[in-house]
Design a protein around this ligand. Structure first.
Ligand SMILES: C[S@@+](CC[C@H](N)C(=O)[O-])C[C@H]1O[C@@H](n2cnc3c(N)ncnc32)[C@H](O)[C@@H]1O
Length: 399
């Protein structure tokens, strides 16, 4: 097959996290849009999130992967710059984690386990007891999750494993597959969590049926999920470093655009009022492992135990969203870049207004649109689990 310079050939990559607004499901539509404006140079994923684009195109084109959240950089590096030099494996990490767990947690968590048969009130008592670990004095260094999150999205035992594995991964900080290991832990966290895939709120057991559902997750094994993911993820990595000049950064979108000349920008900003920093604070914390100050209300930790310092995106604030787009368009126009902008008809600004604004700002560019009707997953457990939305791509190319 003869390849034209703009032809993009996405690969199906490993998924590590369940991510709100991920473009995995509509990737062919997005890639087709990018192909229409791509000039063969740098492709910048300005709001990279879970790294869908890096996973799909990172082996083919030079990319800049940017997002304000640090966990996104970990995902971006796993897709763009990690490789498997054969020095780390699931066994090596789990062997170290096991030793750490045995030494620091095996005894402690005996007191926080869930017996086979449980009444609702006994279950809730154990949950509360787990959560009280937040006041426990730990003498070992790696106890962030056990202290902060026991009895929330995970049990104390699962948190102790998260901490033990996190410690073992850190022993391999300079490894060529360090980010892939961290992403595999993010995966195990997501699939063992009793929530719906994000960390905005965990569920309370109000009935036997919700208790039984939560128990399914409480009994899952972090180590099994981690081990499986590391195996598949390492085998999917290249064996040598990439020859492409990728860059992975954690900047505000305007900072990232400032010095970007003649590139193709894919912009997929938030389009609803919820902030990613609240939904995915646990991912930020597992990556930074910085014992953050936790938000309080009336002198108590808030239920979700969010990080106090959290980014508030202008794209999620109705009074700021238009200005945020104008600032983006200005820099892209001034720097002679092409743009593919993803948005939806359920966004914070109407498609008509956004398009009008783009046409006004890009007078020396060609502006066209593509739309797609799409059944969108809301990531909630309510009736509207799926919602019909219209996905929009605004394509902008220098004339
Ligand atoms: C719709 S999601 C992107 C999803 C991504 N395309 C994917 O497939 O996973 C929007 C992203 O914008 C990021 N974000 C929000 N405000 C930002 C800002 N001011 N600068 C950079 N990134 C920002 C959020 O952290 C979030 O990951």
């Amino acid at each position: 097959m003869v390849m034209t310079s703009n032809e993009l050939m996405p690969r199906s990559s490993i998924q590590f996290v369940k991510y709100m607004g991920s473009k995995t499901k509509i990737l062919p539509f997005v890639i087709k849009g990018i192909e229409e404006v791509y000039n063969g140079g740098i492709l910048c994923d300005l709001f990279a999130g879970s790294g869908t684009l890096a996973g799909a195109l990172g082996r083919q084109v030079p990319m800049i992967s940017n997002d304000i959240q640090f966990y996104s950089a970990t995902l971006g590096k796993a897709y763009l710059t990690d490789y498997d030099d054969g020095t780390v494996s699931a066994e090596i990490i789990l062997d170290r984690a096991n030793k750490y767990f045995k030494k620091h947690y095996a005894l402690l968590i005996e007191d926080y386990k869930y017996p086979e048969k449980l009444t609702l009130s006994a279950f809730n008592k154990i949950e509360k007891h787990n959560r009280q670990l937040v006041s426990h004095g730990f003498s070992n260094k790696w106890h962030l999750f056990t202290k902060y999150y026991s009895g929330t999205w995970w049990s104390a035992e699962q948190c102790a494993w998260i901490d033990s594995i996190r410690k073992a991964i850190e022993d391999f900080r300079t490894s060529a597959s360090y980010n892939t290991l961290l992403c595999s832990l993010m995966y195990a966290m997501a699939y063992n969590s009793q929530g719906t895939g994000h960390y905005a709120q965990y569920r309370d057991a109000k009935t036997n049926s919700s208790m039984n559902d939560i128990l399914i997750y409480r009994r899952k094994s972090i180590t099994e999920y981690f081990e499986r993911k590391v195996r598949t993820a390492l085998s999917d990595l290249p064996k040598i470093p990439t020859f492409l000049p990728h860059k992975v950064v954690s900047l505000d979108y305007l900072e990232c655009l400032k010095d970007l000349k003649d590139a193709t920008v894919y912009a997929d900003p938030p389009y609803c009022f919820v902030h990613y920093s609240r939904f995915y604070h646990a991912l930020e914390t597992i990556v930074l492992y910085d014992y953050p100050s936790i938000q309080t209300k009336n002198g108590k930790f808030v239920k979700g135990r969010y990080r106090e310092e959290r980014h508030q995106s202008p794209f999620s604030i109705r009074t700021q969203v238009k200005k945020a787009f104008i600032a983006m368009f200005e820099l892209i126009a001034a720097n002679n870049c092409s743009l593919v902008l993803s948005y939806s008809d359920t966004g914070m600004i109407s498609m008509e207004e956004l398009l009008e604004c783009a046409r006004e700002m890009f007078r020396n560019h060609e502006v066209t649109i593509r739309t797609l009707n799409h059944l969108h997953m809301t990531m909630g457990r309510q009736q509207d689990r799926n919602r019909d939305v219209k996905e929009l791509l605004i394509l902008v190319k220098p004339k």
